[in-house]
Ligand binder design. Sequence first.
Ligand code: PLP
Length: 399
Amino acid sequence: MAARIYLDHSATTPLDPRVFLAMEPYLSGEFGNASSTHAEGRKARQAVDTGRAQVADLLGADPAEIVFTASGTEADNLALVGAVRATEGRCHIITSAIEHPAVLETCRFLEQSGTAVTYLPVDGDGRVAPESLRQALRPETRLVSIMAANNVVGTVQPLDELARITKQRGALFHTDAVQAAGKIPLDVNTLPADLISLSAHKLHGPKGIGALYVRRGVKLSPVVFGGGQEQGLRSATENVAGIVGFGAAAALAKAEIASEAVRHAELRQSILAQLEQTVPNAYLIGHPFHRLPGHLCLGLLGQEREVGRILEALDELGVAVSSGSACSAHHTPGPSNVLLAMGFEAERALGLLRVTLGRFNTNTEVTRFLEILPQALSAVQLAETQAAPAFSGAGPFPQ
Ligand code: PLP
């Protein structure tokens, strides 16, 4: 049987074997609690310190500015809830309409408890206009939270400009960089962000470990209470193996960021060029060049309702891709809120194919995928035409 081809790295990535090797001792012999003062504890503390320094280095930050959490989701919660709870008086926050649920649902929770929230619109490529942020800022705006890169469409935001506008008006700037970290450069010495969310499993590290960068001097309230670990911001016994793995993954991502970005962008462009020939109804969604290097979001004109069956067919043929975010797979399929916010009509927003590359994808795998995709599309189309008249309601392309 042919090996499977995994092209869903925005959902999660395989653990890099070098990361596994770094973690292994802390999953067996080195079991100490990093808060204990005996030799076992001191060893664990040392490992945590190293991991913290490596994660900080990915952002050009000071290790003391890294707070480990259990996930990117928790880092987002800590940034938003922590910033609002640390504020006295009226509080307003600004975010975008296309954030990950880890931010959007936290905003909804905060709205229920009295915080005013503005959801900025995006253009047809999924970008926030700096001018719309300028207009939305109010004297009581405490926090602006705009993701660095979108998980569904791959579009990268004009982060630097958005952060600068926010800082000029005295608010805090948070970015959910869970998809962007390790793929595009993020340096807190030039980017004036106060809070940055990260997650290890998106960069070939382990699941269950995330981090929030908290710029020195920024005041946050904790959302998890207990023994006061992580400078009192995230109580719980440290996940030593997870932190070690996150550190190793961050160091590898940093070392390989430039070469991988070039390799992925070339593969992405060659996929697009070939699909133009073999799948003429496929088109790129999201910004043509302000996007994550290895991220392809494809619309399939006229086959939007068939995307579920296309994914199944690809899966049977040995290819793993997705229709958006892994998180939204738990919900009933409907139009993508991200595509709707980008101005797609409901029918168009019903289906997309997300193809996301990772460190271990080869040219051969990509070639094989390009052979399999047209087969899967025609198999599904054939089954559809035999079962019912083909869908013909697609209007003109909105971009
Ligand atoms: N933010 C973004 C942009 C994501 O894509 C994800 C996961 O898909 C998260 C946050 C949540 O991260 P985690 O899976 O570590 O909770």
